[in-house]
Design a protein around this ligand. Structure first.
Ligand SMILES: [Ca+2]
Length: 240
């Protein structure tokens, strides 16, 4: 199957990942994480990237890449959108153009009844905002809520996980009320208008889940065999 996808959002949380893997040069422009930044993604939270993370893997030679979605609160009936293409992109040559991609798609279904397919890491068939499903490379399939793959190669998990992002979201909306959602529990103002975060701070997202795509693999599979150094940058996109 090969069809074009058009990126609705890209480079979300790029700044966070740059810090995590030290991949981009200081001269490059970076973008901060953003949630609910357009009416379209607010109405379609499964197309809204929460955050992108790069964590140390289960051994020193491995890395875990994470893309979370369904901002800001994913309920137990949350599911990934089968009509969207979720991607993690890797630049390993320092030019901010992807050299490897993971492409993640989902079948219809809710919870464990939904299946995921992860293609990659593989050289992309197209770069930038136009995206095409690859037809080569490794493929891992599994059920949402379960992990799949090979422990010594690429392992994947997709499903509900505690949102690892730390923010006092309730107070944030008291500081910048025009970012408050139009519907849902966070649409209701809780507390007076504020000019700063509370002290001590409140980890408001601590009890809430996000929908997470987690891919753990050897770092060597993402590094260039010809570039002068082994650094690489990671960002996420969701395309329709
Ligand atoms: Ca590149």
């Amino acid at each position: 199957m090969s069809r074009p996808f058009f990126t609705k959002r890209s480079l979300s949380a790029f700044a966070i990942v740059v810090v995590a893997v030290g991949a981009a040069t200081a001269a490059q422009r970076v973008y901060a994480s953003d949630h609910q930044d357009t009416p379209e993604v607010e109405l379609n939270p499964r197309s809204d990237i929460n955050d992108v993370y790069a964590f140390p893997g289960s051994s020193a030679d491995r890395i875990a890449l994470v893309l979370t979605t369904s901002s800001p609160i994913a309920g137990t009936n949350a599911s990934f959108d089968p009509n969207l293409l979720y991607q993690l992109k890797i630049d390993n040559t320092g030019d901010a153009v992807e050299d490897r991609v993971f492409q993640i798609t989902f079948d219809e279904g809710v919870g464990a009844a939904q299946k995921y397919t992860v293609r990659g890491p593989v050289v992309p068939a197209a770069t930038g905002t136009r995206n095409t499903l690859v037809t080569t490379g490794d493929v891992v399939t599994g059920n949402v809520g379960s992990s799949a793959g090979v422990a010594t190669a690429t392992r994947v998990f997709a499903g509900l996980r505690a949102d690892p992002f730390v923010i006092d979201l309730e107070q944030f909306f008291n500081i910048i009320p025009d970012r408050r959602p139009a519907t849902g529990p966070l649409s209701v103002q809780n507390g007076p208008a504020a000019g700063s975060f509370r002290s001590p701070g409140v980890d408001f997202l601590r009890p809430f889940n996000a929908l997470a795509i987690v891919i753990e693999l050897p770092k060597s599979l993402l590094q260039s065999s010809t570039a002068a150094d082994a650094k690489f940058g990671v960002w996420g996109t969701i395309s329709r």
